[in-house]
Structure formats: structure tokens, C-alpha cells
Unconditional design. Structure first.
Length: 459
């Protein structure tokens, strides 16, 4: 049979089975929504295997349950989809109907649309976790184990640059020094998590190197060394990031610059891009699991996930308070005491304002809340959030920003992924976020070219 004939038979089969598939979806959907259906299937599977093979049945139940969960994930994908793109759509309007600002947003949205068309992972978004680690805590646990393994055992040649700020504070820039990279290799800058550092982002760095990109990690004050001055900011300082970017541009003047922010790093990314506006040499950026309005976001986490909240409070105290208490106490003993006694992350965030150079929590949120800077971002910005994130909660996601306001911004919302975990592959060895980020930045580079003036590419 010829290839044309085979394709014809496949098309005819799909046509004849389409009504059956539609009826199956109609009947399967309410079952999958029933909270007892999946546990019942899992329990029945184990019981049948144990009844038939006894002890061996317990062993066989592991691959059997993995297969069952894989089937459920495929059904979930076919019935509802497991990822959605949300963006500004002004394609149905004419320029005569729009204000000057709306025209600008429309051009930005059209530019983002060209980037999406050039990126296969965004044209047909699909995140499929490992079947055996598809639930929130399993996904996160696997990710944390991989981070520890990569941090301790993965070898990524890096060159360390320490920058002294005007007030005496220090920040660090880690630059990939792999000899295989040409001088003008494109660059992916990584802004790390709330209590992490560049050393914990080796999986991103290896993915970048595999694709011919140079990875650069920015460490904020107090993350890779002790504080030099009584000054730190959980969100990070945009003015410090400006100096770090200037160093990278000086070292690699002809390279395309992309930037990604992971968790809290995504807030700093928005603050930096908003501060710089059209002056930034960054051409495209991605926010991975942002919390949006930080003045409200972590109040909800303390209520919904108190265990996670307590763990994060403990972590920020270990990074900033415990090793720097003498230095911080000289500056403001009252603020130090309040931070040391904070019981929730939201409390700590509000109490540390004095160490960020602000006179009150209100002034701090006015200066450092990403929601106050998003309107000034001039470059294409991909935002990724998961509906099962226990840190950056799904109710924090502000879809109106993408649907009705900013053409520069594109939201990819996935059903699963946990908080920055996003493991993928049957064995869970892959990671969706580094892969997606690099594919998106590669698409942006193809569309925008190496011209760092992104406003020139909006036409």
C-alpha cells in the first residue's frame, strides 16, 4: 500500500471514530471530576493484583499504577488540555478605533504572536509530568532531590565576578566559561529564588550550554556570601541588577541577552525591566512561577499551606538573620528582633523594610512590588504559572494583565507543575522550565535578531 493510501485510511478512520470519541469524552469528563473515581481505580487495581499474585502483586502494582496514572493524564490532556496561553488580542480592531497607547500594545502583541509562531512549545503548549510524580508534592520532592544532586555533583565551569556597590554591598555574577562557547554566544541570565543562589540552577546552565547559550547567574546580596553592609532585600534591588547587566554587556558587547527569573527572581526581573524601560539591553525575558502582588500573595500561603510558610520563614532567617545578626542589629535592633520573631513569611517581608532602605512596609511595597513596574516593561515577557503551585498560588494569577492590558506579556498557565518543579520524561530526568525558557528565547532571537533595541522590532 502506498504512503498516500495509508494516510487516506488514517484520515477515514479518524473521521468515522470522531463521534465515538466525542461520546467517550462526554461520559468520561464527569467521572474524572468525581473525587472518589481515581482513588477507587487505584485501590481496585492494587486489590486485583494482590488477589491474583499475592506478594508479587504488590511489586506489580507500582508499574500498574504508573500506567493507570499515565492514562488519566492523557485523558486530562484530551478532555481539558493541560496548558493554556492567555494574551492580549486586538486583532479584531482597526487602528482608527484605538488610542496611541492601545496601538502600541497591539504592536507589542503582534510581536509576541510572531515569537509564539516561531516556538513549537508555545504554539501547542503541553506539559506532561512523570506519571509517578504528577501530583504537587511528588513533583516538588523529585525536583528538590535533583537540585541537590546537580548542586553537589554536576560540573559547570563558571567564572566568578564580585561587584562592590556604592554603599559597600556586594553582589556576584557567575559567568559560564566553557571553552566551546564563542565570544558572541547568546546569553541567558538567571535570577535565582528567594533563598537560593546561582549554584542551584545548574540544570538551567547545562540546558543552556547544550543549546550553545552562555549561562550567567546573578546572586543577590547575602545569598552567596555574608552581607557586607546592613542592607538586604528579599525581592532584590533593581539598581544592583542594573550594575550586573552592565558588567555582562561589557564582557560580551555583541551577544543577544535574554533573562529569566525563577520564583522570587521573577519579581526582581519585572522590577529591573520596569526600572530600565526601553534602555535595557535585555531583548526578551521569562518569569517562572511569579507571585504577582507580593503585598497580598503570602498572606494566603500562610493560611492555605502553613507548613510551607513556616519552612520558608525558617529558610530566610537562616540566610539573612542568623549569620548577619550582629551587623543588622547595629543598624536597627528593633527590625532585627521583629524579623527574628516573625512567624510567617508575610510578617518577615513587612518587618524587613528597614534593611531595604524603606521607612515603612507601605513604602517598601510601593518601591518593590512587581505589580507597580509591569506597565513599564518594554520587552517580550513570557510568564509561566501552575494551577497546583502551593507557593505562588493560582488565585494570585492576575489574568487581566494579559487579556486586557499588556501586549508585551504572555501567560502560559499549566494544570500541573507544582512550584518551579516541572519535571518531565518517564523517569523524571528532564525539566520543562529550562527547556521551555531556552526555546522561547531562541524563538525571540530569531524574530528580533541580535538587535538589542526591542522597540525597533515592534513594527
Amino acid at each position: 500500500m502506498s504512503q498516500v493510501g495509508m494516510f487516506g485510511l488514517i484520515a477515514e478512520f479518524k473521521k468515522r471514530t470522531q463521534p465515538l470519541a466525542a461520546e467517550f469524552k462526554k461520559r468520561a469528563e464527569p467521572l474524572l471530576k468525581n473525587e472518589y473515581f481515581k482513588p477507587g481505580i487505584y485501590f481496585s487495581t492494587v486489590c486485583l493484583l494482590v488477589q491474583r499474585w499475592r506478594g508479587l502483586g504488590i511489586v506489580l502494582s507500582v508499574p500498574a499504577l504508573t500506567l493507570v496514572q499515565y492514562i488519566f493524564l492523557q485523558l486530562e490532556r484530551s478532555l481539558h488540555g493541560n496548558a493554556d496561553l492567555i494574551c492580549l488580542d486586538l486583532s479584531h480592531t482597526t487602528d482608527a478605533d484605538l488610542s496611541d497607547l492601545e496601538k502600541r500594545e497591539k504592536r507589542a502583541a503582534q510581536r509576541m504572536s510572531r515569537i509564539v509562531d516561531a516556538c513549537e512549545s508555545l504554539k501547542s503548549p503541553n506539559y506532561m509530568p512523570p506519571p509517578w510524580a504528577s501530583y504537587t508534592w511528588a513533583n516538588l520532592g523529585l525536583y528538590m532531590m535533583k537540585v541537590r544532586l546537580y548542586t553537589n555533583f554536576a560540573s559547570v565551569p563558571m567564572q566568578k565576578h564580585t561587584l562592590r556597590m556604592e554603599d559597600g554591598g556586594e553582589v556576584i555574577v557567575h559567568v559560564s566559561s566553557d571553552p566551546s562557547l564563542p565570544q558572541d554566544a547568546p546569553i541567558m541570565i538567571i535570577l535565582h529564588t528567594l533563598t537560593g543562589s546561582s549554584r542551584e540552577k545548574k540544570q538551567y546552565m547545562k540546558e543552556a550550554l547544550k543549546r550553545g547559550w552562555r549561562a550567567v547567574g546573578f546572586d543577590r546580596r547575602g545569598h552567596d556570601s555574608l552581607l557586607r553592609t546592613p542592607s538586604f532585600n528579599l525581592m532584590g534591588e533593581a539598581k544592583d541588577t542594573i550594575k550586573q547587566v552592565e558588567l555582562v554587556r561589557k564582557l560580551y558587547p555583541s551577544s543577544f541577552l535574554g533573562m529569566i527569573g525563577v520564583s522570587a527572581g521573577s519579581g526582581l526581573l519585572v522590577n529591573y525591566l520596569g526600572t530600565e524601560g526601553e534602555l535595557t539591553p535585555i531583548s526578551a525575558a521569562a518569569c517562572l512561577c511569579p507571585a504577582y502582588d507580593i503585598s497580598q500573595a503570602f498572606q494566603r500561603m500562610a493560611v492555605n499551606f502553613p507548613v510551607v510558610d513556616r519552612a520558608m520563614v525558617k529558610a530566610v532567617k537562616q540566610v539573612f538573620i542568623n549569620p548577619n545578626s550582629e551587623l543588622l542589629g547595629i543598624h536597627s535592633f528593633e527590625s532585627l528582633e521583629m524579623c527574628a520573631n516573625a512567624e510567617t513569611l508575610d510578617e518577615f517581608w513587612r518587618h524587613h523594610h528597614a534593611f531595604a532602605g524603606c521607612s515603612s512596609p507601605e513604602e517598601y511595597f510601593k518601591e518593590h512590588n512587581p505589580m507597580g513596574w509591569i506597565s513599564k516593561v518594554s520587552v517580550p515577557l513570557l510568564v509561566v504559572n501552575s494551577e497546583d503551585d502551593m507557593v505562588c498560588l493560582p488565585e494570585n494569577i492576575t489574568e487581566d494583565l494579559f487579556k486586557n492590558k499588556y501586549g508585551n506579556c504572555l501567560l502560559l498557565k499549566t494544570k500541573r507543575g507544582s512550584h518551579i518543579a516541572y519535571n518531565e520524561g518517564l523517569l523524571g530526568t528532564g525539566n520543562y522550565l529550562p527547556r521551555l525558557s531556552l526555546e522561547y528565547l531562541e524563538a525571540a532571537r530569531r524574530v528580533l535578531g541580535d538587535n538589542t533595541n526591542t522597540t525597533d522590532n515592534m513594527e
